[in-house]
Design a protein around this ligand. Structure first.
Ligand code: ADE
Length: 226
């Protein structure tokens, strides 16, 4: 899959070059590019924002540089274009899966300041996506969260073991507790069942733990899926 982000701060996306997403990019499972909106400004000083018509605090991102950036990276309008915004549809496990299975390339637009000129949303954008009910200083972190969450569902990005753990989230359960060596740390022992080598009992214990933890912490996500 190909993902481009349009941003005033392309260097912020350098952190995607590490760990699992970095390996996915290096291994060709994900093609990722951060495109600098400023490069498309026709202003002599590469200005990309201006005062809001009607007054009020803050600045608004001008339509021209964003429109031209879209024209340059997606001239035939073949990509799915998403604006990162608190007004958007909420990102969830199922939205991340849906984005990962999208046939089109993705372009994520990151706003800054008080947002982007409404006309660019009307002209260039297919969907708006929010990562939660809070306002970030810009869409970059939201775009990174989205790329990370969806990349996990791209074929070959995770090992089989982790992929199957994702299934457990899809079944509306939080993760059971995990332990590694040593078997005892600061006087706290790993539950005996995990050391027993009895796979059926381990599975049963994990299911029960996941049920208990979910009903305690997030009864809202449990519904009736088992
Ligand atoms: N930009 C600013 N806040 C945001 C949010 N909560 N989700 C997505 N994009 C944003």
């Amino acid at each position: 899959m190909k993902i481009k982000v349009l941003t005033l701060f392309p260097e912020m996306f350098d952190c995607l070059k590490s760990s699992v997403i970095g390996r996915a990019i290096d291994g060709g499972k994900l093609q990722f590019e951060a495109v600098d909106i400023r490069a498309y400004s026709k202003d002599r000083h590469h200005k990309c924002d201006d005062y809001p018509f009607g007054g009020g605090a803050g600045m608004v991102m001008m339509p021209q540089p964003i429109f031209d950036a879209f024209q340059a990276v997606d001239p035939e309008r073949k990509s799915r274009r998403i604006y990162m915004s608190p007004k958007g549809r909420r990102l969830s496990d199922s939205v991340a899966r849906e984005l990962a299975s999208e046939n089109r390339d993705l372009i994520l637009l990151c706003g800054h300041y008080e947002g982007v000129d409404q006309r660019v949303i009307e002209l260039c954008i297919d969907d708006e996506l929010s990562i939660g009910d809070y306002v970030l200083t810009g869409g970059e972190l939201a775009a990174m969260v989205t790329v990370d969450a969806l990349a996990r569902f791209l074929p070959g990005v995770l090992g089989c073991e982790q992929s199957s753990r994702d299934e457990s989230f899809a079944s509306n359960r939080l993760e059971y507790p995990q332990y590694t060596r040593p078997a005892e740390f600061m006087g706290i022992k790993v539950p005996d069942v995990l050391l027993s080598g009895h796979h059926a009992n381990v599975d049963k214990w994990r299911r029960e733990q996941a049920d208990t933890i979910t009903s305690l912490l997030r009864p809202d996500i449990m519904e009736d899926k088992k």
